[in-house]
Design a protein around this ligand. Structure first.
Ligand SMILES: Cc1ncc(COP(=O)(O)O)c(C=O)c1O
Length: 387
């Protein structure tokens, strides 16, 4: 079968290929320590699991659910946004539960892009922005995030581009993969930029609770709902990546537009999952502190490992990764990653998969036990090749 033209230029996702290679290495007895992927290894809160179990045992829990999600979950999302981000959202009209932020990225592209429409995407940035734009028939216009600009868009440079065909801009702070935190000034500039050029800014915000004491929403900027929608997720904040629960928040008109697409794609999530997610969102600060204490301990180990690899990094990063610059002796992050994989049986992600601006970086995930970091450090210390 010939695949559809829309798949031209869309390769298999890097991790899906690499994990296959790692599986093969493991089968040949290598026992690879995977510090690549950002999938939380810790469980959700026990009350969340209990809610899922209790609700799933009820006979009336198994029917199709509303496309707009359960009112219980929408109310919980609204309260969560108010409590943590100081953003008011109408639970009936301004919130759409999703199966993850990733779904929101694709749905946004399918809802708003026509063939040839342009979209600003970050380089380095989450690869799904680029593939979703292409799948929907749009064209990516990359904006480079540089360390010397604190990984913020260079607005002066953007203003010089022809933005006539640009309909959407993806932004993401705390930024993945660089770990850069947002500032109020940056958020205000983004809203002003979106308003000035009539561009819908899509803020992807799944990392705001990880190793960050001050979660921020782009919707907190005054008047933001005119030109911003925000995607959020329980994948990282509540250790629920496999549950597939996220949300899209914004003006009623935007929610209704996405709903026109989404309601033709699927139905609402399994009700017990929605009710358990509502439970998760009601957890207090103790929960975030507990999760962050674990990540903090692991991050210290990650710093140690990166020092061994002679990488340079900022300690002021948020999210569940550490982004680090490789030494000049390596051609790029791919060569360092491959060397560590084949010589030490440790996998770290080459920064180039997030765009060529990441070529001289690697990314270390904090989703592995501290003991695994210890073991990885020992293996690298024993590594015989250059370093
Ligand atoms: C920047 C970014 N956005 C979105 C996602 C996907 O999140 P979700 O599990 O909510 O679909 C990820 C996952 O790795 C991510 O790094």
């Amino acid at each position: 079968m010939e695949v559809a033209k829309r798949l031209e230029g869309i390769g298999e996702y890097y991790f899906s290929q690499k994990l296959r290679e790692i599986d093969e290495l493991n089968r040949s007895g290598k026992n690879i320590i995977n510090l690549g992927i950002g999938s939380p290894d810790l469980p959700p809160h026990p009350e969340v699991i209990k809610t899922l179990q209790e609700e799933a045992a009820k006979s009336n829990a198994h029917a199709y659910q509303s496309y707009k999600g359960s009112p219980v979950l929408r109310k919980a999302i609204s309260e969560w946004y108010q409590r943590w981000y100081n953003v008011g959202l109408n639970p009936d009209t301004e919130i759409l539960p999703l199966i993850g932020s990733k779904e929101g990225i694709m749905h946004s592209c399918m809802t708003w892009l026509d063939k040839g429409d342009e979209v600003l995407v970050p380089n380095p940035g989450y690869p799904t922005y680029r593939s979703a734009v292409k799948l929907a028939g749009g064209k990516c216009m990359e904006y480079v995030l540089k360390e010397k600009n604190n990984y913020e868009p260079d607005f002066a440079k953007l203003e010089k581009k022809n933005l006539k065909k640009v309909k959407l801009m993806f932004v993401n702070y705390p930024q993945m993969p660089t770990g850069q935190l947002p500032t109020t000034e940056l958020f205000e500039k983004l809203v002003a930029f979106g308003r000035k050029h009539d561009i819908l800014i899509i803020h992807d915000n799944p990392y705001s609770f990880i190793l960050n004491e001050n979660p921020m929403s782009l919707l907190s900027v005054e008047g933001a709902k005119d030109c911003v929608i925000e995607l959020n997720s329980l994948s990282k904040s509540h250790n629920m990546a496999g549950w597939r629960v996220g949300m899209l928040c914004g003006a009623k008109e935007r929610i209704d537009e996405v709903l026109r697409f989404k309601s033709n794609m699927d139905s609402g999530m399994f009700l017990p999952v929605q009710l358990a997610a509502a439970k998760a969102l009601s957890l207090g600060k103790e929960w975030q502190d507990e999760v962050n204490a674990v990540y903090q301990q692991r991050r210290e180990k990650a710093f140690e490992l990166l020092k061994l690899l002679k990488c340079k990094f900022s300690k002021e990063q948020a999210g569940m990764f550490v982004w680090a610059k490789i030494p000049a002796t390596y051609k790029d992050g791919y060569s360092l990653s491959d060397e560590v994989l084949y010589a030490s049986n440790v996998f770290v992600t080459p920064g180039g998969i997030f765009g060529n601006a990441g070529d001289r970086f690697i990314r270390v995930s904090l989703c592995a036990l501290a003991e695994k970091f210890e073991e990885a450090i020992q293996r690298i210390k024993n590594q015989k090749t250059k370093l």
